[in-house]
Design a protein around this ligand. Sequence first.
Ligand code: NI
Ligand code: MN
Length: 227
Amino acid sequence: MTFQYFGHSCFQLQIGDQTILVDPFISPNPLAQGIDLRNLCPNFILVSHGHGDHVADLITIATQSDATVIANYEIAEWAKSKGVKNTIGMNTGGVLTTPFGRVRLTNAVHSSVLPDGSNGGNPNGFLIHSSEGNVYYAGDTALHMDMQLIPLWAPQLDVAILPIGDHFTMGVEDAIMAAQWTKAQQVIPVHYNTFPPITIDTGKAKEQFALAGIELRFCPLQEIVVL
Ligand code: NI
Ligand code: MN
């Protein structure tokens, strides 16, 4: 499995022959200006919640690629109303079998409204079980006790992708606790340094994780990282 970071909370996983894009927010992100949207052709797009910094390029990329959008029911219906052909609307607790593995919609403690004011349903994270490893993406969330369920569903968690920017989500200290609760082998940080309220000292964050015995793996933009 590979991971490719597109800035903020947007990334792409490659699992076997399937490409999975998550929370597409590229064109409005000043840190992601080198990325050409037209090159993106995922098979699936996963959306954690309705906020603009997670759905900004959803319709454009879903339309050009014919990707299947997997999200909560409200976001899936919204995407359909904007012309997206392939959508799978789920809700928290549901597990879907896909060509890249099983996807569980997990709880997230946050809010969710779409950019045009439409109801964005409840926010989610995703737990992916695949033949190439297990990945938990927490979405935008506070630390919450349901993260203790993750190792019950996935005793071997290869990577947790966690927000660490604070202010709108958990910060570094809570993300360390999340990493411990999920028993992740490694942590990839997201949702930091995009805007002033979530700007953090990345060196210090790495140190804090290291003190807890956890590898915090910052991924350079666009580099294909093997997990
Ligand atoms: Ni959000
Ligand atoms: Mn966000």
